[in-house]
Ligand binder design. Structure first.
Ligand SMILES: Cc1cc2nc3c(=O)[nH]c(=O)nc-3n(C[C@H](O)[C@H](O)[C@H](O)COP(=O)(O)O)c2cc1C
Length: 479
């Protein structure tokens, strides 16, 4: 015998308690993608395959989110799924409204993201309904999977809710004093995704440096607080090949979470034109561009740069915003660029439509803009950034050069791995087939490592595997 590679099934990857607690077959999660790009269809497909999907509620109106809630509560019944609760520093009322919707409709699991500090709506969601079960154990019916890229933020999620927020919730009558006391014994999030360089909002950290730091934090926080249910850390960012998943699991990730590759799948709320663009992307075809939601703060998001001029145009827009006090004083060249190339309207016309939008969504923004020319400029510029992602989702052909497509280097790595296989074609990319291929390939990769450690040399190419078509996959997974 040359070597021995013990059996390893995709279901065995990651932390078994993550799967049992969330009632999953695989420790594999599809992260939320804004504007419904992580669509109800995508969430349904994931759930039915024993994986977890989070609906992309960010950027949607309360009505659209509620429609998705109604759809998923009816179609999923007892099948696991979750919704995104995203921090909205510019629109605190929207964040509170979304948390309230989740509470009213009994949504039991959220992916909390973009937080820098914990907020009242988030803590209210987590501690609402907290109590003791028949054995006297503290149970919080609402669970939070936090997604963070910074240790300072992670330690807030791994701590019990801050006392001052609990006091405020008691004062408002949202929870009782007894519930506030019980809340002090649970973490805000038991599960936390360490998000490395990814599509969308990102700190561009490498996963190989971020994950060990977060795992060490998990151990310190578990020791400090002695929670009844141990804390867990999952991995995200750049995960789109079997090798990457194998590495994340080997490093100790409880679960893996993907994003960019799912947008490229048929179930995503994007359009075929964008799926085709994504299928052509290489690893270097991404760039950082100003974010619509935190534009004034200089926050940036990672987007596709091949086939669109968005990153360049949005970057220039931010420079103009920084350099000027308001729309009225823009130099001729800048005004022409903004009006002719971006808005396709005069700045006055653009302000009128932006104003109408905010009168419905958050009228205080309009009042502020009418007093403060810089804020008015920010709202108009943000309207272009917001629309650019909607044009991409809708496949608005006349705006192809303005498509804002959130995407990380994971996309290029996936295209490279699938080149020449059936998964090269955008129409064959389905979230479950992609996820199962990644998990199956990762399990194979880890078995090959065993053989390598015993001195067995495998032929070149074997160790990296190749994507299996749905028929081969179902045989491999059920054998
Ligand atoms: C198109 C797109 C939209 C995203 N929107 C959100 C979002 O609204 N909320 C969120 O928490 N994460 C969002 N993300 C991040 C993903 O949920 C996930 O964490 C990330 O994409 C993982 O990294 P990867 O892109 O390298 O796979 C988005 C990612 C993409 C690609």
């Amino acid at each position: 015998m040359a070597g021995f590679a013990p059996a390893l099934r995709p279901e065995q990857l990651g932390d078994g308690t993550f799967c049992s607690d969330h009632r999953l077959r695989y420790a594999y999660v599809a992260g939320a993608m804004a504007n419904g790009i992580a669509s109800t269809r995508l969430v349904e497909a994931m759930g039915r395959a024993g994986m977890l999907g989070f609906f992309g509620a960010a950027g949607l109106s309360l009505e659209r989110i509620e429609a998705a809630i109604v759809q998923l509560t009816a179609s999923m019944m007892d099948t696991p799924y979750g919704f995104n609760l995203i921090h909205s520093p510019n629109e605190p009322e929207l964040e509170a409204g979304v948390a309230d919707l989740y509470l009213r409709h009994g949504i039991r699991l959220v992916e909390a993201s973009a937080y820098l500090r914990l907020t009242l709506p988030l803590v209210r969601y987590r501690v609402s309904g907290i109590g003791r079960d028949a054995e006297g154990r503290v149970v919080a019916p609402n669970r939070v999977v936090a997604k963070v890229s910074r240790v300072e933020v992670a330690s807030q999620f791994f701590s019990p809710p801050p006392a001052e927020l609990l006091v405020e919730l008691v004062r408002r009558g949202d929870i009782t004093q007894d519930q506030a006391e019980l809340a002090a014994s649970v973490p805000v999030a038991q599960d936390l995704t360490a998000e490395a360089d990814s599509g969308g909002h990102t700190d561009n950290r490498p996963l190989v440096t971020l994950l060990p730091t977060m795992l060490a934090l998990r151990d310190r926080m578990q020791e400090k607080h002695g929670y009844a249910q141990p804390l867990r850390v999952g991995a995200a960012g750049g995960l789109s090949t079997p090798a990457a998943l194998a590495a994340a699991f080997s490093m100790g990730a409880a679960y893996v979470l993907t994003g960019s590759v799912n947008q490229a799948c048929t179930e995503s709320g994007s359009c075929d034109a964008v799926r085709t663009m994504l299928a052509q992307a290489g690893q270097a075809d991404v760039a950082m561009a100003p974010a619509a939601d935190m534009f004034e703060m200089g926050v940036r998001v990672q987007v596709l740069k091949r086939g669109t001029m968005f990153p360049m145009r949005a970057g220039r827009l931010y420079d103009i915003y920084r350099a000027h006090a308001g729309l009225e004083g823009l130099p001729e060249a800048d005004r022409e660029f903004v009006e002719k190339q971006l808005l396709r309207a005069t700045v006055d016309e653009a302000w009128q439509s932006t104003r109408q939008f905010f009168l419905k969504r958050d009228a205080s923004q309009v009042e502020r803009a009418e007093r403060d020319p810089k804020h008015k400029m920010a709202l108009v510029f943000r309207s272009y950034l917001g629309l650019s992602s909607r044009w991409a989702n809708a496949g608005e052909a006349s705006r192809a050069m303005d498509y804002q497509v959130w995407c990380g280097p994971a996309m290029g790595a996936f295209n490279e791995w699938t080149r020449g296989s059936f998964l090269e074609k955008p129409e064959n990319r389905q979230v479950v087939v992609v996820g199962q291929n990644l998990l199956y390939g990762a399990a194979m990769q880890l078995r090959h490592q065993h053989l390598r450690a015993q001195g067995v040399q495998l032929p070149a190419g074997v160790a990296h595997g190749r994507p299996l078509d749905p028929f081969e996959l179902s045989k491999a997974l059920n054998s």
